[in-house]
Every structure is written in C-alpha cells, then in structure tokens.
Design a protein around this ligand. Sequence first.
Ligand code: CUA
Length: 312
Amino acid sequence: MGENGSVFLPEASSSFASEVDALFNFVLAVSTVFFIAVVGTMIYFVIRYRRRSHSFVPAPGKDSRLLELVSIVFPTILVLILFTWGFQVFITLSTAPPDSYEIRVRGKQWFWEFEYPNGVVTVNEMYVPLNKPVRLKMSAEDVLHSFFVPEFRVKHDVIPNRYTTVWFEATKAGEYRIYCTEYCGTQHSAMLGMVHAVPEAEFNTWLQNQDQDIPLLDLGERIFSQYACNACHAIDGTRKIGPQLNGLAGITRTLDDGSTVVADDSYIRESILDPNAKVVDGFAPGLMPAALGASLTPRQLDGLLEYIKSLE
Ligand code: CUA
C-alpha cells in the first residue's frame, strides 16, 4: 500500500495522508488478526469439542486466572494505543496551521461553490497551491452535504447555518475528484467537483486571471474594500488622514508645493502607484504605502481607477 494507491486506498496526495493510512492499516491489521484468531479458534472448537454421543457429559472447565488477566489487560492496552494514536491523527486533521490559505466552500443542490480571499468565485473547480496549507471554511445553503477528497483523506459534513472546516496541504500536483458523500437529493451523485493542485506561481496566475470575468467597476469596488482604502480615504466628503476621493474626477487640486494638477486618469493612476509623487496640500506625505498599488494587476488597477472616478 504505497504512495500511489492500491486496491485498498487511493493515491496519498496530502501532507497527512500517510499518517491517516498508517492508522487505517494498523486497525485493519489488528482486526484481521483478531478475526482469524476468533473465527479460527471457534471453528477448531466446534470440531474438536463436538458432541460425540448423546450420553456424553463434558467435565466442568477449570478457571484460569492467567487467561482472564490476559484477556482483560491485552485488549485494554490495544484499545488505549488505538485511542492515543487516533486522537493524535484527529488533532492533526482538525487543526489547520495558522498561516493557512482560506477558501470559502458552499455546498448547494447540486454543486460546489468556492470563494477566494480576493472575491473570485468558482463553481465545481477549486485551485489550490501545492505545498501550502489550505483551510476550507464550509457551509451549506440548503441541505446537508459532505465534502470528500479521497486522495487528500479529507472528508467533512457541510451543514446549513453552521461553519465546518477542514484543511489539507496538497503534496502532488494533479487533479482530484471532489465527492458529495451525504445524500442531498436527486442529483446527489452528480454533485462532483475537481481540485486542481498546482505550483504556487501557477496558482497565483490563475487567481489573478479570474478577475477577467467581472466588470471593471465591480472589480474596482472589490479592490477598494479589500485593500481597505476607505480606512484613510473618505468617499463621503468627510476628512480622514488621506484626501477624500469622492468628486475627484476632473477637479483641480492644489499640491503641497503650491502647484496645481487636474485630477485626470493619469494623475489618479500615478497617485495609486506612487503616492508621494504629488501630495495634496494639507496632507502628510509618506503615509500611503506604495506597495499597495504595486501588488495590483493591470486590470485591477484599471478597475480601481474606474471606481474612484465613479465616486460622486
Ligand atoms: Cu450534496 Cu450529496
């Protein structure tokens, strides 16, 4: 029963899959030994001590302290080993590392919806970065579902009005089937998804390209709230530590060196990417990190620009 799967178990493709398998194999081995010992002894006794004649009366059996002791102590030790080992694996499976990447999972009749931290939503297709812990925060919109990826040894109920979580770290690139393992209606068996475990760089590219699907303005609004721009920039005319952004498009602004600038696309773009290039009169320079703008993709930048221009 190796890493590549067998008759007993599918391929082991997550960081803790081999731990789960080791425990499973131990339970299987113990059960097999006991099955053979109990059933074998039973068959032997049935034949050996069968009633040979109607008048035969067996002699009463003798008590054996030793036998009694062994049959109490040995199973107790075995069960304690199973408990301790099982509990350790349970803890591993139920505690996601603190730096886990979080994806929201929603089970619906009859598909899976995945939402990424940047707001990208996909249906039935989940991309995850390789060798990074991923935590799934799951809930159901309607009835009970259950999220199951055999290769990751991950399975958990997905419940309405409640959050459940699982985590895993994919260790092998590939595509893995997601099953729903809780009967949830007529299309239950068709409630299938796919996990694409890809190298981190490929994952990031994929995630950024997902933005292509939504209108620029919506993308901009999303970026604005994701980056918490409103923490420093008011959009209702009040004053915060950064200049207000509503009604900005096309106005003339006075800068801290006394010159003026018309707030056109280029000015707004420059102020996102290089906040200190032109500092508005009355505001302190150096407060806005240039890294914020640098982390945006060109399309995200365009979206943010459109959004800021739309603020009245
Ligand atoms: Cu969802 Cu079965």
